[in-house]
Design a protein around this ligand. Structure first.
Ligand code: NZQ
Ligand code: ZN
Length: 379
């Protein structure tokens, strides 16, 4: 077991009607608020009104930036940064999913410096301080509500990259499972897939940490035991709550103590599919996980089988892979490239971008040859 430091400064407000406390949380930091949100779901489901009610209750001056896209792009980060800078905002309020919150995280460190958002990704800039960030999470998936990571896409450089820094933790995150009732069936499933993938990345990371492994099994089992039921009962509070909490736990560093690192090979490959085909994040991962496992089954058969035994009750690496495929199918996620309408002709462009981005795991490193072999298993 490796040495570790446990640190997580986000105050998580979880449960029914927790948004009632949003105004007072915002007030801690000031009254000039940059409100960031996505393509309009919050206007259709009433979360926008609830947010504005809270802002009015503290007489906030609000500057709105809307239109953050799923698979968020750096241009929106820079435009919202401009708005925040010009109006000297005291605090940022992100209302949405991972795309909105990740964008807000980078906006929070870009406003105080004379750099663009991408400069943090390219290594040209280091954050000096951050405008305080508060989030209302509306979809269970990424764990961004309680972690120091932000993933942004840059079409010009053909990259979708993650960035991590302690300054980008949310100060407060508000998670009311009722706010996720309107998440459509497909995105609900992609969120479940994402949390399973975060368990995968932790488990296949470097280091020997049995308690962290057991947490991975428990979180995974929440997804496996309740995910399918949730898809049949999209407005069931308890099922929404279980999945929402599981998604937070899957990537708030709880599964990391004692490990050297996670792996992240599956994610780095998945990001290529999102870049090329705008594939929703979770849907990209359910295509990659079976292929990644098949490629690694001769290299780490026991490790794969141990995961399968603990979450599906199966005995071998092959059975584990089949169980994952069956589970992803059961929640209507794609497991082959053809499921997202990308045929054989896609092979060349995917491989080109995989190699250009040198996609790899931190623990299980991938060569050009490995990438080509994994890609063959997508079909
Ligand atoms: O844009 P709006 O109109 O709000 O609609 C969104 C979007 O179309 C919709 N939605 C969200 N809440 C809803 C809702 N629709 C109805 N009712 C609601 N309550 O759902 C769609 C997807 O939203 P998005 O924010 O893109 O989803 P998600 O939370 O899955 O975030 C995905 C992004 O996060 C990154 C992914 O790569 C991707 O870019 N990730 C971030 C991580 C992190 N920061 O730690 C880790 C992850 O591995 C991941 O890479
Ligand atoms: Zn993910």
């Amino acid at each position: 077991m490796e040495n570790f430091i446990a640190y997580n400064p986000t105050k998580l407000h979880f449960g029914k009607d927790v948004m009632d406390g949003l105004g007072s949380a915002l007030k801690e930091f000031g009254s000039r608020v940059l409100l960031v949100y996505g393509g309009g779901s919050i206007k259709r489901n009433g979360i926008y009104e609830k947010t504005i009610h809270q802002l009015k209750s503290i007489n906030a001056e609000v500057f709105e930036y809307s239109g953050i896209k799923p698979n968020p792009i750096i241009e929106d980060v820079d435009n919202a940064t401009e708005l925040g800078r010009k109006n000297k905002v005291d605090v940022i309020l992100a209302v949405g999913g991972g795309s909105v919150i990740d964008s807000a995280k980078i906006i929070s460190i870009t406003i105080p410096v004379s750099h663009t958002g991408w400069d943090f990704y390219s290594g040209k800039a280091q954050p000096e301080k951050a405008i305080p960030l508060i989030s209302v999470l509306t979809i269970a998936a990424t764990g961004t509500e309680m972690n120091p990571f932000a993933v942004i896409q840059n079409k010009k450089t053909q990259q979708k990259l993650g960035y991590g820094h302690d300054l980008i933790y949310n100060k407060h995150s508000f998670l009311d499972p009722q706010n996720t009732f309107t998440v459509p069936r497909d995105y609900t499933a992609y969120g479940i897939a994402d949390l399973v993938a975060h368990c995968h990345e932790a488990y296949f990371g470097e280091g020997n940490a049995s308690l962290s492994d057991r947490l991975v099994f428990s979180i995974n089992k929440e997804a496996i035991d309740y995910g399918k039921d949730l898809l049949e009962n999209l407005d069931n509070y308890d099922l929404r709550a279980k999945i929402m909490y599981a998604a937070t736990m899957a990537l708030n560093k709880s599964t990391m103590p004692g490990r050297v690192s996670g792996d992240w090979g599956v994610h780095s490959i998945g990001h290529i599919l999102s870049l090329l085909y705008d594939t929703p994040h979770g849907a990209s991962l359910t295509i990659v996980i079976p292929a990644w496992l098949k490629f690694h089954k001769e290299i780490i058969p026991e490790r794969i089988a141990f995961l399968g035994k603990n979450i599906f009750g199966v005995n071998t690496a092959d059975e584990t892979i089949t169980a994952f495929e069956n589970f992803f199918r059961s929640i209507d996620c794609p497991i082959r490239l053809r499921d997202i309408s990308a045929g054989n002709e896609s092979k060349k462009e995917i491989l080109k971008l995989m190699n250009l981005n040198k996609v790899s795991g931190v623990n299980h490193k991938l060569t050009d040859q490995d990438r080509a072999e994994i890609l063959n298993l997508f079909y």
